[in-house]
Unconditional design. Structure first.
Length: 253
């Protein structure tokens, strides 16, 4: 583990995950992830994706980034990349001949990906669902409905601004998805990210500095991780790497 696993902007911070007990109903997520159907709603930069990744750690999530999707083909390309790059049950591993054949056409890509999903144990994660074009949203929402009564888990992640997008794409899903609301981060919770992280790397930080970093983060855990990461590297440089040497990221010497 290095510092990028502790202060991890836009990723799941494996070494410094803050639960925020009492502010989030984790029991809902425990019940629905990885093999249920859940809908995660919250402000942008509120750690929605990290929460899902946290609950799916050790499983085989297939993640689609809605921001990067413009066609249904893009969606399946995401799934294909997931299946190739991440550990999957051995009997479903994609071989080189498979790869050569399914990249010849979008139709073959869809068929190959759907076959592996339906015969394996996966959770389909649609991050920033609301950013997908409406036609793709409708396709995905219908697909999610098909999996509601199966062992295939699904998770849709949306911002407060488009929290109803999945229901607009398929009204039938309104009663079929378990909803978890992610609230904004307050200053004490942001401060805890820094406090826990700096203590983990053996460089405890004073309260005034932590307060200042939390204020600058303006409610964003992503921004707090960025600020703490930059601060740690500055500290390590000033102290000639006497603190947290084992956590230094590649490229810092």
């Amino acid at each position: 583990m290095d510092i990028n696993d502790i202060f991890a902007p836009n990723r799941y911070p494996r070494g410094n995950y803050i639960e925020r007990d009492g502010k989030i109903d984790h029991s809902k997520l425990d019940e629905t992830l990885p093999d249920g159907n859940t809908h995660i709603v919250g402000p942008s930069d509120s750690g929605r994706s990290a929460i899902v990744q946290h609950h799916l750690s050790g499983s085989h999530p297939l993640v689609v980034d809605g921001v990067e999707v413009t066609t249904v083909g893009d969606m399946f390309s995401h799934f294909l990349n997931n299946l190739i790059s991440k550990p999957v049950p051995p009997r479903h591993k994609i071989t080189e001949p498979d790869l050569q054949s399914i990249t010849r056409s979008e139709k073959l890509v869809r068929g190959a990906v759907k076959d592996r999903i339906e015969t394996g144990h996966y959770t389909l994660v649609f991050d920033d669902f609301g950013e997908m074009p409406s036609g793709v949203q409708e396709y995905v929402a219908d697909w999610i409905e098909d999996y509601v009564d199966t062992e295939i888990g699904t998770a849709t992640i949306v911002s407060d601004d488009n929290k109803d997008s999945v229901y607009e794409a398929n009204p039938n899903l309104r009663d079929q998805l378990t909803v978890t609301h992610i609230p904004e981060w307050d200053q004490p919770s942001l401060k805890q990210i820094g406090k826990t992280g700096f203590e983990t790397v053996g460089a405890p930080m004073d309260d005034p500095t932590l307060d200042s970093l939390a204020d600058m983060a303006e409610g964003s855990p992503t921004r707090m991780h960025e600020l703490c990461l930059a601060t740690f590297i500055d500290i390590a440089t000033e102290r000639e790497y006497d603190v947290g040497q084992e956590y230094l990221p590649n490229g810092v010497k």
